[in-house]
Design a protein around this ligand. Structure first.
Ligand code: SF4
Length: 264
């Protein structure tokens, strides 16, 4: 086990005796939507999925985009790419913005029916002349084909935006359904790197619908309060891998010779 992976953990687990003090990040809501079993094993039993490698290049692009839009926030001006796409708004100024954008604090809202405190950290928020807010998410890519939001795997981004909209509304803000994905698209058609990547910015609008969230939180609570582990998703190969692995290892252990070599 590497130094980066700790199991099982006791912190941040759901405690059935204290359900009202539970904090739930938007990424854990997404994990539940993706697979209730993986969610339960993580949030109730304390065993997280193995983490992936950090997206350091994407994070660098995000950070620089934040700084770029922050310069326009400071001046209360529309960024040129917003003008190019006809978006009449400026980056929103608020005293709590830095906390809202920090992944460990985020925008927080306590859901009345479950008592869960839900939180999430949007990349940016824009404000139109009527004082209405739009949620903004930065993305980095490198594609020559037209950018779109039509792939199945992008549903997670859409849910992400919808949770941020729901959180801001919970805080009493007037939030429009239309949010924006600001894409930094790296140009890979050049002859050489020459020590830098060239990006162009494109904006993809998305009309969010956060009506699924209340019901999902209630389902999450039922799942966490139950003592039975949800079934595995038949489309996911990892559980099958795990089961087959356990089977072959136990068969090997049951064999006559205790010193028999494992199959891998
Ligand atoms: S089916 Fe896949 S996603 Fe679900 S618990 Fe198993 S490994 Fe996790």
């Amino acid at each position: 086990m590497s130094q980066y992976y700790r199991v099982p953990r006791t912190k941040y687990k759901f405690n059935p005796k204290k359900p009202e003090s539970f904090e739930l990040s938007r990424s854990k809501i997404d994990l539940f939507v993706e697979c209730p079993r993986c969610f339960y094993v993580d949030m109730r039993l304390g065993v997280k999925r193995v983490p992936g490698y950090p997206f350091t290049l994407n994070n660098a692009v995000d950070e620089l985009m934040k700084r770029e839009f922050d310069a326009y926030r400071e001046k209360k001006e529309t960024h040129p790419v917003m003008e190019e796409y006809g978006i009449d708004a400026v980056p929103f100024q608020h005293k709590d913005l830095e906390d809202w954008r920090h992944p460990f604090t985020g925008i927080r809202y306590t859901h009345e029916e479950t008592g869960f405190t839900v939180y999430g950290a949007p990349d940016d928020i824009w404000e139109n002349p009527k004082g209405k807010l739009a949620v903004v998410d930065y993305k980095a890519t490198s594609k020559q084909e037209k950018l779109s939001l039509s792939a199945d795997w992008q549903d997670t981004w859409k849910r992400q935006m919808e949770v941020y909209q729901w959180l801001l509304r919970g805080q009493g803000f007037d939030v429009v359904d239309r949010g924006y994905f600001v894409y930094a698209n790296a140009d890979k058609s050049l002859a050489a790197l020459d020590g830098k990547l060239n990006f162009n910015l494109q904006i993809l609008p998305y009309d969010g619908d956060s009506s699924w969230i209340d019901e999902t939180l209630v389902d999450i609570k039922k799942c966490l309060e139950s003592d039975s582990v949800p079934k595995a998703d038949s489309e996911c190969d990892y559980c099958t891998y795990r089961e087959v692995t356990e089977e072959v290892i136990s068969e090997t252990k049951d064999a006559d010779s205790p010193d028999q070599e494992l199959p891998f």
